[in-house]
Design a protein around this ligand. Sequence first.
Ligand code: FAD
Ligand code: 2HG
Ligand code: ZN
Length: 504
Amino acid sequence: ARSAERPARRPDFKKLDADDVAYFKSVLSSPSSLVTTIPSPDGSWQTASEDDLVGYNVDWMDKYKGNSPVLLKPKTTDEVSKILAYCYKKRIAVVPQGGNTGLVGGGVPLYDELILSTEGILTADAGCILENLSTFLHPKGYMMPLDLGAKGSCHIGGNVATNAGGLRLLRYGSLHGTVLGIEAVLPDEKGTVLSVNIPGGDGAGALRKDNTGYDLKQLFIGSEGTLGVITGVSILTPRLPSAINVAVLSVPDFKSVQTVFKETRAQLGEILSAFEFFDQEGLEMVLHHTGAKSPFETEPENGRAFYVLIETSGSNKDHDDEKLGGLLESLLENETITDGTLAQDETQVQSLWSLRESLPEAAGKMGRVYKYDLSMPVKDMYSLVEEARERFKEKGLDKDGSIKTTVGYGHIGDGNLHINIVAKDWDEKVEKVIEPWIYEATSKRNGSISAEHGVGIMKSRALHYSKTEAAIGVMQQIRRLFDPRGILMPSKYLPMESDAPFEQ
Ligand code: FAD
Ligand code: 2HG
Ligand code: ZN
């Protein structure tokens, strides 16, 4: 799939063979860390089938596919270091992979790149699944500062590598604020281990404040595997709130979403922890594909409404109830909201959240999903969704069934719109109607073509819509500094300079 956007394989990359596998085997402490379809000449490793590697070669959306014959799941930072030093020496292209939940095709190979997964990393913590970290912290009275629908599969290393935003960024801020330190292995001659503000590492450890020199860890946050493999993370964990409230409201139009947001910020202030929205198409899609019951008693007038999810997190239940109650009362009184449900217990908190969190999965059940993750002023968001629908209609894509539905939702609190265009199939004709139109429409609104999912392979050639030539040039230089042979994430993330040769 997606051959239209696939750049050529760099001819100087080494093709993986049995000698390489024998080397990897010699540095890995566990036999389960090596999965390869390359046969062993002397039977010293078991040959895997292509099926064993499929889950690592194909992305979550089933949109991007590679054909790597080798998957390594090293258990320690030292193993990662030996692998990367070897790949540097032999010029072997590498794709670091976490939970493989990324949505821009970054985490899977384009061709035969080695897959370096954090699934096995035990002594360092990059391979920890986000939800397991939350479960670990819960009884101690703390929480992770981020939460996303993919929590059951994504790794914290992957979250940091993609600078994932998620559902509570509004309250706890981005990982650029909450990550204190990073351990990463560089793709250089020595497989250098870079430890920045990590407890037990070299130098200062896990401090809240550290103003000594360039803040190198920031470069790794959102670097999507282009600068090194993140093997360890130290992160601020906020106190678990003792009181949580969740309400889902129905409002007649997008203007009212904005009014509710303004009022909510004014009245709930410090206890607001999420403000999400989805449209009518979104609600219907989720109800249909999850079998959940609508939380509303009344049907929207003229069949359409917008939906807002508000969460509060605080330390005093009575205080929070009073504040939220006051807000809802005033919004009902002046008829900004037409209907609403307030969760009465933990189960209802979960089921209301699930209406919002299930959107990506529901879209995936309905068809092939072209996903756009845009950031822009809130007032300009929904006109883009409407323009998209108009455009598809004009081109006859709804009539001929190529596009089944276009859904708008996202993190209003962060100015982040998700558009999911559900198509019958991956279709170049559909893609050409969407791109580059959607990037131009975003630029016109002074927006960014990626709010939180990142660039990957999907947007590496569209970066100029959001970044100047000068900025892209500096990024290319930084990348070269860390990865002189360009072995990490070939062709992804940045439009790669064809004129500047790689280190020989
Ligand atoms: P992968 O998909 O395996 O990799 C992603 C990228 O990071 C790749 O470029 C890979 O090479 C690189 N990478 C992974 N691990 C490392 C490492 N240790 N060192 C260096 N590079 C590495 N994103 C949001 O921002 N907000 C959301 O609300 C959100 N919700 C989602 C909901 C669903 C249902 C799904 C499927 C995805 C969602 N995402 C969301 C996308 C998000 O980017 C990922 O879920 C997550 O951050 C990626 O983590 P991962 O471990 O799966 O990484
Ligand atoms: C979300 O907010 C995620 O649910 C996924 O960022 C969005 O699938 C998408 O487009
Ligand atoms: Zn999101």
